[in-house]
Design a protein around this ligand. Structure first.
Ligand SMILES: Nc1ncnc2c1ncn2[C@@H]1O[C@H](COP(=O)(O)OP(=O)(O)OP(=O)(O)O)[C@@H](O)[C@H]1O
Ligand SMILES: [Mg+2]
Length: 322
C-alpha cells in the first residue's frame, strides 16, 4: 500500500468573479521513505494542493477527490483529527521560517508544547527531547540555543529549528514547501543535505515542493511536474531529466542554466502562465506549447501510464524534445 495516495484532487476557490480552479484533478502517490519532488511554475497549484490534503485550505475553497493516508481519506476527517495528523504524522515546513515561529516565545516553549500537548510528556522530558532534535538538525550548542527567541537565529538556523519542530513526533511524511527559497545558496545546500540525512536516519518520506529543478535533481527519487493545477508528467527523477516526455517538462528543463551550455541558449517559456479562472476543457499548456495539435484545445489529454512514467499529452512521446 502507498503511504499517500492522492486521487483526482480538486480545489476550486469561490471568488466574487469567476471560480478559480487551482487544482484540477491531480493524482499521484508517495511511497514509504521516498523523496518526491513537486515542480511547476508559480501559480500551478503546488501549495494549494498540499494545503487541501491536510485541511489547511482557506474557507472559500471547495475540495473534492481523495487523499488516502495509509488508507484513511484525510478529506473525510474532522478538524481535530486533522490537527492531530498534522502534528504527529504529516508535518509541514514553509518558505519563510520567521513567520512560522512565534517571535515572542522562546524556542524551548514553542517546541516543548508540541510534545506536552500531543504526546503527554512532562515539560522536563519534552525539553530533553527538544535538545536531542536540535542536535539532529545540527544546531550547535543546542542546550543554550533552546532558550533563545527566533530573532536570535539566522534564516538558515530558523529553518533548522522548524525542521526539528516538524520532526518532534516522528512524522511519516514531511511536506517541505519551498523550504530553501528564502536562503542563500550555501545554506540551501546545507538544508538539502539535512533533509536527505533525515530520510536516511528516520525513514521519513518527504514531499519537496519547489520551482527549482536544480534542487529536485539532487535529492528526489521521483518528480511530479504540475501546470495549471494538473499533473503534466511524473516519473523517476533520472528518467524525467534524461528523457522528458511532456512539452512543458522540456520547456522547464530548457529554462535551467547549465554549465555545458552557453547562456545564450537559455530559453524562456513563451506566453503567459495560465489564468486558472478560466476552466480549460483541453490541455492547460496548449496556448504555450510548441507541439500543440488541434485536439489539445478541446480535449483534456488522457493520463497515460507506461514504464513507471505517467503523462498527460496528446502529442506522440517520441516527437518530444527531438
Ligand atoms: N483563497 C484563494 N482564493 C482564490 N484563489 C486562490 C486562493 N488561494 C490561492 N489561489 C489561487 O490558486 C492558484 C494556485 O496557487 P498556489 O499557491 O497553489 O500556486 P503555487 O504553485 O504554490 O505557486 P508558487 O510557486 O508561487 O508558490 C493561484 O492562481 C492562486 O492565485
Ligand atoms: Mg506555493
Amino acid at each position: 500500500m502507498n503511504l499517500l495516495d492522492i486521487r483526482n484532487l480538486q480545489v476550486v476557490f469561490k471568488t466574487t468573479t469567476k471560480p478559480v480552479h487551482a487544482v484540477n484533478g491531480v493524482s499521484f502517490h508517495l511511497d514509504v521513505g521516498e523523496i518526491l519532488g513537486v515542480v511547476g511554475e508559480s501559480g500551478s497549484g503546488k501549495s494549494q494542493m498540499t494545503f487541501a490534503m491536510v485541511g489547511l485550505h482557506s474557507k472559500n475553497a471547495k475540495v473534492s477527490g481523495q487523499a488516502l493516508f495509509e488508507g484513511v481519506d484525510l478529506l473525510e476527517l474532522n478538524e481535530g483529527e486533522l490537527e492531530r495528523i498534522r502534528a504527529t504524522q504529516i508535518a509541514m515546513i514553509f518558505q519563510n521560517p520567521m513567520t512560522a515561529l512565534n517571535p515572542y516565545l522562546r524556542i524551548s516553549d514553542q517546541m516543548a508544547e508540541i510534545l506536552t500537548f500531543h504526546q503527554g510528556m512532562l515539560k522536563s522530558q519534552a525539553l530533553m527531547h527538544c535538545i536531542h532534535m536540535l542536535d539532529v538538525v545540527q544546531i550547535p550548542d543546542a542546550k543554550n540555543r533552546l532558550r533563545m527567541y527566533p530573532h536570535e537565529f539566522s534564516g538558515g538556523m530558523r529553518q533548522r529549528v522548524l525542521i526539528a519542530m516538524a520532526l518532534l513526533c516522528q512524522p511519516r511524511i514531511l511536506i517541505a514547501d519551498e523550504p530553501t527559497t528564502a536562503l542563500d545558496v550555501t545554506v540551501q545546500a546545507q538544508i538539502v543535505e539535512l533533509l536527505k540525512n533525515i530520510r536516511q536516519e528516520f525513514g521519513t518520506a518527504i514531499i519537496l515542493i519547489t520551482h527549482d529543478l536544480g534542487l529536485v535533481a539532487g535529492m528526489t527519487d521521483r518528480i511530479v511536474v504540475m501546470y495549471g493545477g494538473q499533473v503534466m508528467e511524473s516519473g523517476t527523477t533520472e528518467s524525467i531529466f534524461s528523457s522528458p516526455e511532456h512539452p512543458y517538462t522540456t520547456a522547464l528543463l530548457d529554462a535551467v542554466p547549465r554549465l555545458d551550455r552557453d547562456s545564450d541558449s537559455l530559453s524562456v517559456i513563451a506566453g503567459d502562465p495560465l489564468d486558472v479562472r478560466d476552466r480549460w476543457k483541453g490541455c492547460p499548456f496548449e496556448p504555450r506549447c510548441e507541439y500543440h495539435l488541434p485536439m489539445c484545445l478541446q480535449t483534456r489529454p488522457p493520463i497515460e501510464t507506461a514504464n513507471g512514467r505517467i503523462r498527460a499529452c496528446h502529442v506522440d512521446r517520441n516527437l518530444i524534445g527531438k
